[in-house]
Design a protein around this ligand. Sequence first.
Ligand SMILES: *Cc1c(COP(=O)(O)O)cnc(C)c1O
Length: 830
Amino acid sequence: MRFANFIGMILTENTTASIQTKADYLLTDSRQLTFPEKSIFFAIRGERHDGHQFIKTLYQKGVREFVVEENSLNETLRAEINSWKDATVWTVFSSIRALQKIVAEHRSHFSLPVLGIVGSNGKTIVKEWLAQLTAPGQRVVASPKSYNSQIGVPLSVWNLKKEHTLAIFEAGVSRAHEMEYLQTVIRPTIGIFTNIGSAHDDGFRSRKQKITEKLRLFTKVKTLIYCKDYTEVDEEIKLILRPVNPFLKTISWGSHSDADVNVSYEAYQNKTIIKLNGIFGNLQLETGFRDNASLENLTHCILFLLDFGLTASVIQERILTLRPVSMRLELKEGINNCYVIDDTYNNDLQGLTMALNFLSQQEQRSHRTVILSDVLQSGQAPTELYGIIAQLLFEKKINRLVGIGPELSRQLKQFNIAETNFYEDTEAFLKEFPFNSLTNSLVLVKGARTFSFEKIVHRLQQKVHGTVLEINLDALTHNLNFYRTKIGSETKIMVMVKAFAYGSGSSEVASLLQYHRVDYLGVAYADEGVSLRQSGITLPIMVMNSTAPTFDTLLQYQLEPEIYSRRMLTDWIEYIKLKNNSEIPAVHLKLDTGMHRLGFVEDDYEWLCEQLTVNPSIKVSTIFSHLVGADDGIHNNFSHLQYGRFIKGAVRIEETLGYPVTKHILNSAGIVRFPEFRLDMVRLGIGLYGVEATGQQQHFLQSVGTLKTVVSQIKYLSAGETVGYSRRGIVDHDSAIATLAIGYADGYDRGLGNGVGQVYVNGTLCPTIGNVCMDMTMIDVTNAEVEEGDEVIIFGSEVPITDLAKRIGTIPYELLTGIGERVKRVFFKE
Ligand SMILES: *Cc1c(COP(=O)(O)O)cnc(C)c1O
């Protein structure tokens, strides 16, 4: 090991300037490691994660450059680092600042136009659109997706290379004083301030402060484009920015006549005419977009392009090709037992890298296929570009590559992959590819838009009937983080994924949880545990209801049983005596403190302790109990009583065992209502899936599941007709009635019929009419604008599942776990 700055020396932030890295890749998330020898790892300590925990593993994987924080090194870590003979370790005060410094230094080697974008909304769309609009003629580097944070910005700017002729980066801040760091990293020469939203931001005292903070990005730009209709932005530019940047050229636009460019929109049936009047002359441009947000974003793009020197006719031609920006990535079940990952985001090196990272997080299948199109408009020489892609696919252990496009076909020799197929175009692929040869694989489908890869996805995905449950993986992560922040870093987390992960899909949810390193998973039955193991889940798993006949399975799959009774413990002792040479799983002791379901009661404790003493080969991992009414204040006294009983029992058992045992009693509701009972671990359930069981903090959670179906048919009925079985749906005025492709067999409860339930169609809530059938439901769409084939939301953010449950006197748990097996689950992230 070589400490570039010796620990113990006085370090200032300046010392990071001396970091001379040889690395090509900056790594801030250990899970995204691809090229160990070429990466420098920045150990970052956040609210929930500490990158220093992973430096040892990374060293073992071949990483040889590290930036670590002086204050995060403990004795063990120092000793570990000291034992490395061939690594360079820089110690700094803040790894994030060091990262920013290194990239700021990198940035200083280039002099090209650099556009920096700030604003409350639209940053990513303006950036993506401009990257696309300027691509003919320019070699553009841009932030991937919404990489605009203190870490995302340096990672984006690091991609700047000498061949680029234009750079576009977005910057976001969540609290004061962050932008000055981003300014030195991006060092923009041109700026766009998209807009300012009204949402209150915790990190700022006022909206004004938020605006001034954002404006700090522009202290050195030559030109700033902004919309003058946001008067506060306009004022702050004059008041705050102008004095520090006196030669600034502003291009303001808006409905005001005193703006540099007066802009108005004329709406037509299927297009909008944008009229611009001012410093660029009198212009009229046409677009297919009609909503205000898109028009505002587009106007920023147009003004940038005009200032950049493009003619109105070229701009007109190019803006007609714009589409809404899609960053959506979907994971769904495919043909031949495959999983299909459908990623619509840019097929450039960064987009591909991110998609491959997602692919390698999935544990459901060990075989991995990539169907890839030519990468267009990269500005890089093909041999170099495809050389990097080949390396990337190799490092990510891709087993099969299907390359589509003339350029990939020319570069086929570069790929060192077990199985490859190459096709000139998508049509040839669809005609000639042996689809039966693609089985049990995780298939990433990633293509440039012109290749129409949606046809490939369509061919590969399982034909879905009209009803799907969409699971938002970003929302799951958000909710997990909400609870993690609440419990703090000292308390472990077990996530309950029983009952098909509350109906959401166990292997996909468990994969995500494994990626986010939760401590334990909990399932109800051994079978559920087996299916997780078969999907590549290696986390410890607790099984709540196991019986003697399943013990072999537990042993084989290393699943840990909950032991709840004398009879079960006796069976277990007998069993492990027979298997005394095997790796016996640890167990979890369940105490019944008042639920009176499963668990040892106080009378059992003496016996239990004796058994544990004479059978030391029983390894106890945790002791736990369950509150009967954690969600409701009415039961507070009883919850305290239960907690007291639990501690008494658990401590007694722990003393008998003579080693520390993890203790836990809280479910989702308990985490919110009883912070003092968090102990060593909590068991998160419904909260992860977006339902805050106490109702008090629902607004902090994001909605995870959206159950969607489609309109199969529309009928126009006169008053007096009836709808459905037993003539229960009485039409009392002339009505439009739509039939939906969902029924009680899909989990739409029969109690929701006859107007009890409402669904969301094109912005309107429509009541059910008549009885719910097994596979179909009828709704009254008289007041809605609906066509056959339209999408219908059964529940989701527009129709909260909590409301739906209330209408039929049940709880969200039952609705979620009742969603039928034939309803396909589709997982997506942005
Ligand atoms: C299901 C379950 C949980 C999770 O409960 P939620 O209310 O969904 O948070 C916790 N503990 C046990 C024993 C469970 O069975």
